[in-house]
Design a protein around this ligand. Structure first.
Ligand code: NDP
Length: 294
């Protein structure tokens, strides 16, 4: 068997186009332009690239993009004051504080200072609680992107065995909640899991969010399973060039899976597209407007 490749780049492009149409509709029908504020503290190079891409994509979708670049020495109080200003700014519907923050700032204090209604990352404890209890949460972008790809590929997920490897608050746990909501039978594996190959071997859906290059061996995958590889790991090749690999041993998994996301070009592009989607959702909820179906 050779797995189908799930093209996250093409899927994300379609989703962004869809968001742009929603934005055009909101402007025309409701005089509403969704706005996203992105805050970055310090000079972390990877974060700088992410933030630049987020701002560019936001503008391309026709939304307002507000960028706040703060020096690494910014105090927690100064950052909290900015979050408070953005919480009270009616032109800002979504707030994203780029992580990681410098060590002297407590990330949870900042995340939980963001108004839950504007928390387009879905990291606020209220949104985590709403997701866990079946409420109207803002859903974290990466798991949301994974779910959209899974539903596009498989349709109804009801009754399927799903294994999520990783239990972080930003990927693993919300992913498991989303799959549970779709009526999957969900197992969450982590560093203390015994016999990971056996756990993975029974899964119809494998979502890998570990952060260890190609740790999940192809031969562990059940024949025909759908594999979503969230991992982004940078490896240096003998020729000195860096290359990105996922958490799944791609070549081996390809010969067993029914479908698999590549790295790069799988989950990564979907994350930004879902951020834009969440910003539209947040703007509509704040204005009591139904989200346009386009
Ligand atoms: P974390 O480091 O927060 O979590 C990693 C998880 O993997 C932990 O729950 C850990 O278990 C588990 N783990 C570690 N080693 C093993 C092992 N040997 N066997 C089983 N489980 C193990 O990572 P994130 O969730 O933040 O990110 C995971 C990956 O996804 C990273 O590569 C990251 O770069 C990528 N990522 C990609 C995004 C995208 O847009 N595509 C967005 C966000 C993340 P334990 O809890 O027991 O320590």
């Amino acid at each position: 068997m050779t797995a189908d490749i799930i093209d996250g780049k093409a899927f994300a492009a379609r989703l962004k186009e869809n968001v742009a149409q929603q934005v055009a509709h909101l402007k025309e029908q409701h005089n509403l332009t969704p706005g996203l504020a992105v805050v970055i503290v310090g000079e972390d190079p990877a974060s700088q690239i992410y933030v630049r891409n987020k701002n560019k994509s936001t503008r391309e979708a026709g939304m307002n993009s507000f960028e706040h670049r703060l020096p690494a020495e910014t105090t927690q109080e100064e950052l909290l004051a900015l979050v408070d200003t953005l919480n009270n700014d009616p032109a800002v519907h979504g707030i994203l504080v780029q992580l990681p923050l410098p060590g002297h700032i407590e990330e949870n204090a900042v995340i939980d200072a963001i108004s839950p209604a504007k928390d387009v990352d879905g990291f606020h404890v209220i949104n985590a609680g709403l997701l866990a209890t079946g409420g109207n949460a803002m859903i974290p972008c990466t798991p949301l992107g994974c779910l959209l790809m899974l539903k596009d590929r498989l349709g109804d997920l009801s009754g399927l065995e799903a294994v999520v490897i990783g239990r972080s608050n930003i990927v693993g746990k919300p992913m498991a909640q989303l799959l549970l909501k779709e009526n999957c039978t969900v197992t969450v594996a982590h560093s203390r899991t015994r016999d990971l190959p056996q756990v993975i071997g029974r899964a119809d859906i494998v979502v890998a969010a570990v952060g260890r290059p190609e740790m999940i061996q192809g031969e562990w995958i059940k024949e025909g399973a759908t594999v979503i590889d969230v991992g982004i790991n940078r490896l240096s090749s003998p020729d000195g060039k860096n290359r990105l690999v996922g958490d799944v041993e791609f070549e081996g998994a390809r010969t067993r899976a029914g479908a698999i996301t590549p790295v790069p070009g799988g989950v990564g592009p979907m994350t930004i597209a879902c951020l834009l989607k969440n910003t539209v959702t947040a703007a509509c909820r704040q204005h009591g407007v139904t989200e346009p179906e386009v």
